[in-house]
Design a protein around this ligand. Structure first.
Ligand SMILES: [Zn+2]
Ligand SMILES: [Zn+2]
Length: 207
C-alpha cells in the first residue's frame, strides 16, 4: 500500500488491516493451521489421559500396537482412518459413565481399531435397547423372539399389522423395519423368491 495511512481514521486503519491480511494471507493461513494442529495434539493428550488414567500407550504397547479384534496396526489405522488405535473398556463401562467410575486397570483395557470399536459399541447399544428381543435360536428366522412377541400381540390386538405397529412404536422403529424383521431369514434359509432377488441384485452390482 503506497498511500500513507491516517492512523486516527478508523476506516482507513481497517482498510489497511484488511489489505495487510490479504497481502500476507499465506502466512496467516499457515499460522491458523499450526495453531489448530498444536491444540489438537494438546486436546488429544488431555482426553486420552482423562479416559485411561494416562495408560493409553501402555495398553497399545502391551497389545503390540494392534487391534485385538482384526489385528489392524497403528500405522494402518492412521493411514486409513486418520486416527490412532483406540482403547476399549472390557466391562463395557467406558461410555456414559463418569471418569471416576471407570475401571482403568490394565486388564480391563484392550486395544481396538476405530471400525471394530464402533461396531462393538453399536452391538452393545442394540443389546441394551432391545434386550432379549434380538436373541437367536436355531430356526430359519433372523429374529425369532420378535416373531413370538408379534404373535402374542396379535392374539390381543386381532391382526398382525396392528401387532407390528405397536411393537415398532415400542422399539422406536418404523413399521417397515418391523415388517422386515418379522420376515427376515438367516442366510441359508432364504426362500426361492428371496434367492432370486439376491441373485438379481448381485448381477446388477457386478455390471
Ligand atoms: Zn479392528
Ligand atoms: Zn469402548
Amino acid at each position: 500500500m503506497s498511500k500513507k495511512v491516517n492512523w486516527k481514521n478508523k476506516n482507513e486503519v481497517n482498510a489497511w488491516r484488511r489489505q495487510y491480511r490479504r497481502d500476507n494471507s499465506e502466512r496467516f493461513k499457515k499460522q491458523a493451521k499450526d495453531y489448530h494442529e498444536n491444540n489438537k495434539e494438546k486436546r488429544k493428550d488431555i482426553w486420552s489421559n482423562s479416559m485411561f488414567d494416562g495408560k493409553k500407550y501402555d495398553v497399545l504397547e502391551r497389545d503390540n500396537w494392534q487391534c485385538q479384534e482384526c489385528e489392524m496396526s497403528q500405522e494402518k489405522s492412521i493411514v486409513l482412518f486418520n486416527r490412532e488405535l483406540s482403547v476399549h473398556h472390557i466391562d463395557e463401562k467406558g461410555v456414559n459413565v463418569s471418569t471416576k467410575e471407570k475401571n482403568n486397570n490394565m486388564d480391563n483395557l484392550i486395544t481396538m481399531c476405530m471400525r471394530c470399536h464402533k461396531i462393538l459399541h453399536m452391538r452393545l447399544a442394540q443389546k441394551e435397547r432391545f434386550g432379549d428381543l434380538l436373541e437367536q435360536d436355531d430356526s430359519e428366522y433372523r429374529y425369532p423372539r420378535i416373531r413370538e412377541v408379534l404373535n402374542e400381540k396379535k392374539k390381543k390386538l386381532g391382526t398382525i399389522t396392528k401387532a407390528k405397529h405397536e411393537l415398532a412404536k415400542e422399539m422406536g422403529m418404523s413399521y417397515w423395519t418391523m415388517d422386515h424383521m418379522h420376515y427376515e431369514r438367516k442366510e441359508g434359509f432364504l426362500t426361492e423368491v428371496e434367492k432370486r432377488k439376491r441373485r438379481n441384485l448381485n448381477k446388477e452390482g457386478s455390471e
